[in-house]
Design a protein around this ligand. Structure first.
Ligand code: AVI
Length: 329
């Protein structure tokens, strides 16, 4: 199956991502220091994230699963108003856990569609393809190993299928607010009238519930955050002492942002041999690694309106924790 993955070959995962080199070089010279959560997803990071998705404190996956399962028939109706075939382009497909609910249902209903999973983790993509081929051998698959923006550039105008971009799992929450606007503007530019975007938004709720999701009792989020340093050690020949950094998360209900940090537990210096860099850390100094934004309905409607879309479907779980929202181009 590997030769059906377009854009980059599978061997890429063995080499250091040039974007990681740039991120480490510039991010660790900033005040405060920062490293983007985009780089969490090496093989180990993807494995830990899969565990997080199944963990009791991380409600997001369960909530979205419920939304998609409850509303799959409504979604299919939205996707096929006129029996035109459609292509589901899933940005950041991961292990496709939730998407499989839709794929299974659409297959049962004999819908005419293809599935194009896109992911920056080749390991996640590989696993997903094997899985899907096993469960639905006849489902047309167009996998792409790429980041979101390159995937958008590759959206072709050749097919007459309606494009339905899936951006599930609150991945949009990991974008800075301006980048989110920019992202939907780019989507709007690349899609045709009648195409749709289905986005999973984590909604604002009791702050304690959100706080616990990113401070889980099993320590999975801590391991996930620290794994970024392990990745830098391996790929850039650095000597971060993983026992000398801790995970810290804060949720601010005024901004709706959960922010994750790595905290230096002592004054220390880290060598990054490949970059010939020495990075000093004061006791208590942080590296900001992730934003996980939570939305209100008004903010989501405003996002659609600012970027040229109309909200054509709004689906939530029973508790109102999570919304999967259809934007129509
Ligand atoms: C992938 N993303 C939506 C997750 C989130 O909730 O922001 C990543 C994550 N970070 C910590 N736990 C999970």
């Amino acid at each position: 199956f590997s030769d059906s993955i377009t854009s980059e070959s599978l061997t890429v995962s063995q080499e250091t991502d040039p974007a990681l080199i740039e991120e480490v070089r510039t991010g660790l010279q900033k005040t405060p220091k920062r490293l983007s959560s985009q780089f969490f997803y090496d093989a180990e990071g993807s494995r830990i994230f899969a565990e997080i998705m199944h963990s009791p404190d991380y409600y997001l996956t369960r909530s979205e699963y419920e939304v998609l399962d409850t509303h799959k028939a409504d979604l299919l109706r939205q996707f096929t108003p006129d029996n035109r075939p459609f292509e589901l382009v899933e940005l950041g497909a991961g292990d496709g856990l939730k998407t499989k609910i839709l794929l299974g249902f659409f297959e049962d209903q004999k819908a005419d569609f293809a599935y194009a999973p896109v992911d920056i983790s080749v390991d996640a993509l590989e696993g997903l393809i094997v899985d899907i081929r096993k469960q639905w051998p006849d489902l047309p698959l167009n996998p792409r190993h790429s980041d979101y923006f390159s995937a958008l550039e590759q959206l072709s105008d050749e097919s007459d299928a309606r494009r339905i971009v899936l951006f599930l799992g609150s991945n949009i929450g990991n974008f800075a607010p301006d980048d989110a606007i920019d992202f939907y503007r780019q989507l709007h530019d690349r899609l045709q009238p009648g195409d749709l975007v289905l986005t999973g938004f984590d909604l604002q709720k009791h702050p304690a519930i959100i706080h616990t999701a990113y401070n889980d009792r099993q320590g999975l989020t801590k391991a996930f955050n620290l794994n970024l340093l392990r990745r830098i050690n391996r790929e850039l020949d650095a000597d971060f002492d993983l026992t000398a950094f801790d995970h810290y998360e804060v949720y601010n209900p005024e901004t709706g942002e959960a922010r994750s940090y790595l905290v230096s537990q002592k004054a220390q210096t880290v060598q990054i041999t490949t970059l010939e860099m020495t990075v000093p850390f004061a006791y208590g100094e942080i590296i900001h690694t992730e934003i996980s934004r939570k939305f209100t309905r008004a903010q989501i409607e405003q996002l659609a309106q600012q970027t040229g879309f109309t909200v054509s479907g709004w689906f939530t779980d029973g508790k109102g924790y999570f919304a999967d929202v259809v934007f129509a181009r």
